[in-house]
Design a protein around this ligand. Structure first.
Ligand code: MG
Length: 371
């Protein structure tokens, strides 16, 4: 079935239909059997920057063991939640999946600690922001095609990613597909950061039960499976934590869409955000997030790694700037923009382990950039 017909049958009028796409910066003939957004998804998955997410910190660094999420597995969990929600409310799943897989592509090593270092170094040159960095990778830094720099993604994909860094609440609103990915990001990290923190022992289930959302998830797991305890109870509670958030997001967003209801993606832009949680869930998530912030992200074991990571990244940045012998395409960035921007682009592209040991024996295999 042609993409256009498929979209018309399966998607709501407020969804982004591929046939209405504004296209790509460099025009390309349509693919015989993949929709434009499927093609975008595949381009993200095949990029070097995407593969390097496997060795980049989400919250906990690699030296804390191998159970917890990396930036890559976080990304897959976001895509999984986002596709579920998109299908339930008849949005474009291919576009949602692309946006989810792209959303953290610009993260430097060591998560927000790494971002802070680069942002400070570029303070008088517009700063460093991981959302904008994903756009730079997708339009300039990734080199996979002889015809153009970047991945030549569809306009809606790039526009949605650009808007991620804007904190504006009111209209113009992002596409509903982009709104779903924002919500799915938060659903995924609230659930997996709680899970990782429990497994790593930086938090106990008793402490986590101060948050009503975790407490209720545990109670519902207990009702469903009598006599669960320990790891079995934790796993069932994490599933319930995800389910409760996803159920709430779908129900609450479906209601807003029925109340509005927007007749097209163009109308969506002029309305306040329609994808969101109920007031009760919003409050419960806020409570869980502040608990995670205080007791997990500020935990001495996490902070100790943070300091080590930040100084490793500082040194790599200064060393890169001092040497000034960056490979393509960073040498071009140094000439066209500035040596500092080029150094930040390069440093942001490398993995945690490269940043910790840039002189290591496998330097060639580890190095950043679009190999
Ligand atoms: Mg994320």
């Amino acid at each position: 079935m042609e993409t256009e017909e498929r979209d018309r049958l399966l998607l709501a009028p407020y969804a982004m239909h591929a046939a209405n796409s504004a296209g790509r910066e460099h025009a390309e003939p349509p693919h015989p059997y993949r929709s434009p957004y499927q093609r975008d998804r595949d381009r993200v998955v095949h990029s070097a920057a995407f593969r390097r997410l496997a060795h980049k910190t989400q919250v906990f660094t690699g030296s804390l063991g191998d159970y917890h999420r990396t930036r890559l597995t976080h990304t897959f969990e976001v895509a999984s939640v986002a596709r579920t929600v998109a299908r339930a409310i008849a949005l474009n799943e291919d576009l949602v999946e692309t946006l989810a897989l792209l959303h953290d592509l610009g993260h430097p090593p060591f998560g927000h600690a790494g971002e802070e270092v680069l942002d400070r170094r570029l303070a008088d040159e517009g700063g460093f922001n991981h959302n904008q960095q994903a756009v730079r990778i997708a339009t300039l830094l990734e080199r996979r095609y002889p015809e153009f720099p970047g991945l030549n993604l569809s306009a809606e994909v790039l526009d949605s990613q650009r808007r991620r860094s804007s904190k504006a609440i009111g209209p113009p609103s992002p596409l509903l597909e982009a709104q779903v990915v924002d919500a799915a990001d938060s659903i995924a990290y609230d659930a997996h950061d709680a899970d990782d923190a429990l497994v790593l022992g930086v938090l106990t289930t008793d402490e986590l039960s101060d948050a009503a959302l975790w407490h209720e998830a545990t109670e519902s797991a207990r009702r469903r499976f009598a006599n669960l305890s320990g790891d079995e109870l934790r796993r069932a509670a994490v599933h319930a934590l995800l389910d409760r958030q996803v159920d709430d997001l779908i129900a609450s967003s479906a209601q807003s869409l029925r109340d509005a209801p927007p007749a097209s993606p163009e109308e969506v832009r002029h309305l306040p955000r329609l994808i969101g949680h109920s007031d009760e869930m919003t409050e419960q998530k806020r409570q869980l997030e502040s608990l995670l912030f205080e007791r997990v992200y500020r935990h001495p074991r996490v902070l100790a790694h943070r300091d080590e990571a930040m100084s490793a990244l500082e040194s790599l940045y200064h060393e890169t700037l001092r040497r000034g012998d960056l490979p393509s395409p960073y040498d071009g960035v140094a000439r066209a923009e500035s040596p500092r921007r080029a150094a930040a682009d390069y440093v942001a592209s490398v993995t945690d382990r490269f940043a910790l040991d840039p002189a290591g024996a496998d330097r060639a295999a580890w190095a950043g950039g679009p190999a």
